[in-house]
Ligand binder design. Structure first.
Ligand code: GRF
Length: 203
């Protein structure tokens, strides 16, 4: 059973897509055990609460140092029996201690076709502006395993979208976001099914 913690900072539309897929039985052997946000007003926490799921605000600002912040994340994850982490619009770096504890068990979604247009500072509209500036005719989204570098770990699954003439960053962002809502549930479904395969590999 994948016991998933979702980390997010914003609207939570990717989280909602994953939750809906689980509720509809599209992702077997998986459940959302915790939703965590650095932003107490984030929509993602509202969606969790509306679905009677643990919704926890944890921010580095509440702690005297990185280590106590990381330890609190780890103990919170442990208290909820979490064995898998999905970052969904989480705008903070996951403490390396947490990445280490969940190596091979933590994924992220990025609104571009990694390795292109990834890395520090490549988030939100900046990604789509860069795709348009580069003149790419295809973009899309990537679900990848998380390691200590931004947008760097092995790719789980990608989905492409066309870049259309006259596209603005906003139009492209909306097209990519719609693809994300298909891609993330499909990626987690693949991982969940992998778990059930005897002698499954880590990634
Ligand atoms: C998405 O664009 C995703 O690619 C990026 O952050 C955004 C999350 O949006 N990582 P939401 O909070 O899931 O609606």
């Amino acid at each position: 059973m994948l016991s998933i913690a979702v980390f997010g900072s914003g609207a939570g539309s990717n989280f909602r897509a994953i939750l809906t897929a689980i509720q509809q039985g599209d992702i077997p052997a998986a459940r959302i055990s915790l939703v965590l946000s650095n932003n107490s007003g984030a929509g993602i926490l509202g969606i969790a609460r509306a679905n009677a799921l643990p919704a926890i605000h944890l921010s580095r600002k509440q702690f005297p140092d990185e280590r106590s912040f990381a330890d609190t994340i780890l103990s919170t994850l442990g208290d909820h029996g979490v064995n898998f982490i999905a970052l969904a619009g989480y705008m903070k770096q996951v403490p390396p201690v947490v990445v280490g504890a969940y190596r091979g068990r933590i994924v992220n979604i990025h609104p571009a076709l990694l390795p292109r247009f990834g890395g520090a500072g490549m988030y939100g509209m900046r990604v789509h502006e860069a795709v348009l500036a580069a003149g790419d005719t295809t973009s899309g989204a990537t679900v990848h395993y998380v390691d200590e570098e931004y947008d760097h770990g092995p790719v789980v699954l990608q989905q492409t979208v066309p870049v259309l003439p006259g596209d603005t960053p906003e139009l492209l962002a909306a097209r990519v976001l719609a693809a994300e809502h298909e891609l993330y549930p499909a990626a987690i479904r693949r991982i969940a099914l992998n778990e059930r395969t005897p002698g499954h590999h880590r990634n």
